[in-house]
Design a protein around this ligand. Sequence first.
Ligand code: FAD
Ligand code: PYC
Length: 421
Amino acid sequence: MIKNFKQKYSIFSLARNSLSYHKNWNKAWRSPHPKKNYDIIIVGGGGHGLATAYYLASVHKLNNIAVIEKGWLGGGNTGRNTTIIRSNYLWDESAAIYEHALKLWESLSTELNFNVMFSQRGVLTISHSEHELKEMSRRVHAIRLNGIDSEILSPSQIKEFIPIINTNQNIRYPVMGGFLQKRGGTARHDAVAWGYARAADSLGVDIIQNCEVQGIIRDQNKIKGIITSKGEISTKKLGVVVAGHSSLLAEMAGLKLPIQSRPLQALVSEPIKPILDTVIMSNAVHMYISQSDKGEMVLGAGVDKYNSYAQKGSFPVPQHMISAAVELFPVLSRLRMLRHWGGIVDTCPDASPIISKTDVDGLYFNCGWGTGGFKATPGSGHVFADLIANNEPNKISAPYSINRFNTGFLIDEHGAAGVAH
Ligand code: FAD
Ligand code: PYC
């Protein structure tokens, strides 16, 4: 009865709102003016920052939290990435965090009551040389020892799985095998930002867009607050999650991070009928491809090899990637590309992230996810919230302390990054 009433009500509400041009449509989140003080401020309204705020409120029951975003939600790398999700990394520390994230992805739409369109369509990484294949099989054993699904496919199994791939061995990049994580896949990136934003807002988090952090105020060795384009705000705990801009924010606090910022490019084609129901990555040629639910082919390339804060890259990078893609998938040869863009990725020397306290009391950084942080969004937010709430890392985040660059306990994931750094 109630269900019927609700259904009826929502049908009428849809009609009413469409006729009034959505004038009275409920906003998914509020747009409050910043208060003078918050217990916790998160800088960065990408997926990681919004997830952090959500878990601070939902898991740790904390309130008086703000997320400060200089542009619009998801306008950074969250809305610019190619949405590949997987947990098939080499080292135990990586397996722990990426698998933690993957498990959270598996129930995220229910948790947020928002369809993030998580699709476990599988991620296949292909090899083009004997050496790569051997390295892959070592990797698959390590991944499986961590209880994560992974399997090697032969060229004929790959052809059966992906009929449009060219497995002719006389081409420049012959397909010699590959490894598949069936539980990997994709999600709708904007929906992830929106879902976390709506859920965080409903728990009282203030989400403040178009508000740039321009300075960080310290009192000796303690955080006091921030200077923003909307005025000064005080806080004792500041979590910085700004992806491509981490070094700039660190500089505002008088810190230096071991990070390089480089452009990473991607392209999307006109929509076509379904031809590809999995994700394919080639680390050797820096080409990866999937098909969105709208039908667009989503393609990405390797990083541009220079540092830059421009959200665009150079032409030779996608040109090289497209020539490999057309050789591997001849069916794409007459496909028209619709959009092309770049994001800035912050990369650490070991291609693993930093989730850490700093030498300044109350200042925390979550950064350095490089080309691969989208997949980690729920897990990253979850453990970063834990770190901020308890002022101590948990078992999963502890290895990602910034201190590892002093102790030498690096987590070298260049081989798993999927994209050359
Ligand atoms: P962002 O979404 O960038 O959020 C940071 C926010 O901080 C931004 O919105 C920015 O505006 C804000 N900000 C910056 N400075 C300030 C300031 N001074 N004041 C206030 N706000 C500020 N990862 C994968 O796992 N799979 C992929 O397939 C994949 N593909 C990628 C493809 C491309 C082309 C790119 C660029 C990246 C890709 N990544 C991928 C990486 C992934 O996008 C990022 O690691 C991840 O999205 C980072 O999320 P975030 O929330 O930390 O950053
Ligand atoms: O991390 O899997 C990844 C990835 C693929 C493309 C860009 N990043």
